[in-house]
Write a protein that binds this ligand. Sequence first.
Ligand code: KIV
Length: 284
Amino acid sequence: MADEAKVTVPLVRARKGGQKLTMVTAYDYPSARIADDAGVDMILVGDSVANVVHGHDSTLAMDINTMVLHAAAVHRAHPRALVIVDMPWLSYHVSVEDTIAQAGRLVREGGAEAVKLEGGRKRLPMVQALVDTEIPVMGHIGLTPQSVHAMGGYRVQGRLIDDARALIADAKALEGAGIFSLVLEGVPDLVADIITKEVSIPTIGIGAGGGTDGQVLVFHDVLGLSYGHRAKFVRTFAQLGAAAVAALTAFKSAVESGDFPNDDETYRLSEEVAEALLKEPESG
Ligand code: KIV
């Protein structure tokens, strides 16, 4: 992938209605390398790191320092993919000034090329301020995990007519505020299809059917490395968790049987040095 052009915000925008966009989460150097080697268009340093890496039961535990740490590790892989970093809960809810300061840390210290934040019309002042500060913003509406308590759980959104209309209005308002792309999570496919048709920016779906301009999944879900509840929309494309357990079981047996390490895996002194060392009287 190294000789292909770097994915940029304008390139993502230009893919609206064209070849489907792909985005996957990555939270560290190896996952960023793997995602980039696979040629995905966008890497999301998602606050889902709270669940899949840190073992929390929601994303609310993530703070800006933790997101900076994970973003910086991804940035060190210098991916060709566009790197988008999630703004964690409470980093864009307090004031416009605070939002810019927190997003600035993701850009300066974490190497973010864009940020993502959850919510619709009530986030417009923050989105507009970030765009004015030259920080590209990806929106995220529908099932927004940071609203887990307000939603009463992780529930599909937009099933009722008023809720569906509200999501469509949110999407258009965010587009007007200058977002370059919009994640639609956990919404019925018709709602996602209407939004995709009515906005001029690419929509990226997760649990939003097949009509969006692109799809995003969590790295650990794709690879069979996640634990706990699996949502209906997740497809697991490999069973690396099972492969890892098999590999570590083989390591354990090889150590216990004396098969590991073998001669090729062992450093040896030259015969001369070994002989001299063994001739020396034992000290003490
Ligand atoms: O944090 C995350 O992984 C996300 C995706 C589910 C879109 O926000």
